[in-house]
Design a protein around this ligand. Sequence first.
Ligand SMILES: Cc1cc2nc3c(=O)[nH]c(=O)nc-3n(C[C@H](O)[C@H](O)[C@H](O)COP(=O)(O)O)c2cc1C
Length: 336
Amino acid sequence: MAEYPLTSALMARGAEFLGSKYAILCGAMSWVSERNLVAAISNAGGFGVIACGAMTPELLDTEITGTKALTSKPFGVNLITMHPDLFDLIGVCEKHGISHVVLAGGIPPKGSVEAIKVFGAKVLVFAPTLALASRLLRSGADALVIEGMEAGGHIGPVSTSVLAQEFLPSLAGDFIVFVAGGIGRGDMIAAYLEMGASGVQLGTRFACASESIAHPAFKAAFFRANARDAIASVQVDPRLPVIPVRALKNKGTEEFTAKQREVAQLLDAGTVDMGQAQLQIEHFWAGALRRAVIGGDVESGSLMAGQSVGMVSKEEPVAEIIAQLMAESEAALARR
Ligand SMILES: Cc1cc2nc3c(=O)[nH]c(=O)nc-3n(C[C@H](O)[C@H](O)[C@H](O)COP(=O)(O)O)c2cc1C
């Protein structure tokens, strides 16, 4: 008998889709989700996803090769839709026979879903509204991730609990839907599975796993933090739409406000157009996150974290985190 029969039964469709033991994805986290964490997640029965972020096709090639050396289990690659070399990156995934590609950061551009499906990979997408989600799923995407504003990193405006109530009753019968954002315990996993989700995606809970290469100072900041410390960035200029980012409050949070003013002034002066302005903002985040994750600069770097950070209190191996989540889910379902 399966070790966690009640949870495994509810996860069966998601696990089959992913090719993993448990339908628990570790959401791609730029700089954090590299070969070590990704392989550890997949080896422990979850599903790891490489964060391509701003990597060049060559770097992605190297990272995939490195990950394959550490695991024989399936893993995915997360590509940001606004990456200028998106189609070359898809080509790298094809070369490696990657089984699952996650398209994040916006609506998949024309032809991208098709370019992935042509080599047999499954495509996972995000969608901000139910109408758009239905359209993407009916036009070729294989699965949907709904991600609420409790999550770490770039976020939308709606909470996971509300998205789950809006999306799952309509979509979960016909499609594979994973729920992300604010999940810190197995009890919550059980609840979303019971609502029809095929599985879940967590980021914050895995960012400080023993196998994560994040700097010890980055991890220490997570262990100290409470839910209320993970705050969403605010937009300072109404003309400059900034996708909010949830991160631990520090000096970097204030520097981001200053950066927005600086970019708004460049817009005023006509030195940059709106596209360039938004790109500058995104480059700011990528650089700041690298400084914190790799360099350990927890003062002015970006400590992207979700509200579940309050439930991260120590460094643990991925296998233990997954076992704990599964056991909590199982106990919750058994109590029903
Ligand atoms: C440090 C950090 C970096 C992230 N970077 C990315 C990214 O590059 N691409 C992406 O699609 N999501 C990114 N995310 C979101 C995660 O993939 C995941 O969906 C999210 O963390 C789930 O919510 P949770 O943090 O509440 O568990 C990031 C999250 C964190 C905490």
